[in-house]
Design a protein around this ligand. Sequence first.
Ligand SMILES: Cc1cc2nc3c(=O)[nH]c(=O)nc-3n(C[C@H](O)[C@H](O)[C@H](O)COP(=O)(O)OP(=O)(O)OC[C@H]3O[C@@H](n4cnc5c(N)ncnc54)[C@H](O)[C@@H]3O)c2cc1C
Length: 301
Amino acid sequence: MADSAASFLRRDGCVPAQALIAAAAHAQGMRDGARFGAKAVHAGIDFGTVSGHVRDVIAAVAPNYSRERFAGLGVRIIEGAARFTDAETVAVGELSIKAGHFVLAAGSLPTIPPIPGLLDTPHLTSETVADLADYPRHLIVIGASAAGLELAQAFRRLGSEVTVLETATPLPGEDGECAAVVLDALEREPVRLHAGVKISNVRRAFAGVQVAFATAAGTETLEGSHLLLAAGRRPSLDGLGLDAARIGHTPEGIVVDQHLRTTNKRVCAQRRYRRAAPRPRRHLPRRDRAPPSAGSARRLR
Ligand SMILES: Cc1cc2nc3c(=O)[nH]c(=O)nc-3n(C[C@H](O)[C@H](O)[C@H](O)COP(=O)(O)OP(=O)(O)OC[C@H]3O[C@@H](n4cnc5c(N)ncnc54)[C@H](O)[C@@H]3O)c2cc1C
C-alpha cells in the first residue's frame, strides 16, 4: 500500500510540485544572495538529483497516506472504482455497501483542451510532471493558472527556458493587484508569457514540440523541448453512478447547497468545482436566504 500511496501522490501533482518548488527556491536563493550581503553564486543544477529529491519527498510522505496508517485509525480502505447503484448503495466490484450517509470526494482531473494535434503530441500534466527524468531545455506551458505559473517559475529557476501561453488573462479569478505582483516577478526571472493567444495547433517537432498560435500582432510558431498542460481541472464524475443515486450534476460539478448537501440528502460533496443547488427555503432561517438573483448557477469556489 505504501507503493499505491506513493503512486497516488505522484499522480495528484501537489507533493511533486511543492518538492520541485523547494529545490527551485534553493537555486534562486543562491542567485539572490548578494542583496542580503551573501555573495551570490552561480547555481549549477543537476536535474537527476532534483528528480531524486522529488522521489525522496514522495517516499517520505507516502506512509501518511498508507492503508496501514488508516487501518490503525480504524478506517477500512477498499481499493477499486466505487459507483452508486441506487440512492443508498455504493458498489465496488462485487461488494455492495449501504450507508446512511456518504461523502463524495472523487477530486478532479486535468482538463485536456481541444487543440488540434495535442493528443498525438507528447505532453506533461500535473499527473506526470513528477516522472520527468530529463532536463526540459525549453518548457512550453499552456495555461497561466496559479498551478501553471508556479511550475513555470520552478522550472525557470531550475535552469529551463520557459514560455507560458494563455488564451485569456493570466491568473484568472485572482485579485488584480496581487496578480500584478506575481506577473512582475515572473517577468524579471524571466518567464516569457503570452496572454490572449489562440493556439491553432500543436505537433511533434525535431526539438520536441511545436506550438502555433495567433496573437493580436499575427501568427507565431514556437518550438520547445517539452509541453506542460495546466489548462485547468474538471471534476472527476465519470462512472460514479450519480444518476442512479439521484445526485444532481452538471459538467461543472455536483450540485450542492450551502451545507455541501447534494440533491440526495444522504450524500455530501466537497466544495471544489461545485455549483449551488437551489436552497430549500422553508428549512432556512431568514438571514441565510439567498437573494432572488443568486439562483442555481451561483458558484461556490
Ligand atoms: C500542481 C499542483 C499543485 C498543488 N499545490 C497545492 C498546494 O500547494 N496546497 C494544496 O492544498 N493543494 C495543492 N494542490 C491540490 C491538491 O493536491 C489536491 O489535489 C486537492 O486538494 C484535491 O484533493 P482531493 O482529495 O479533493 O482530490 P484528489 O486528490 O483528486 O483525490 C480524489 C481521489 O478519489 C479517487 N476516485 C475518483 N473517483 C473514484 C471512484 N469512482 N471510486 C473510488 N475512488 C475514486 C481518485 O483516484 C483520487 O485518489 C495542488 C495540485 C496540483 C495539481
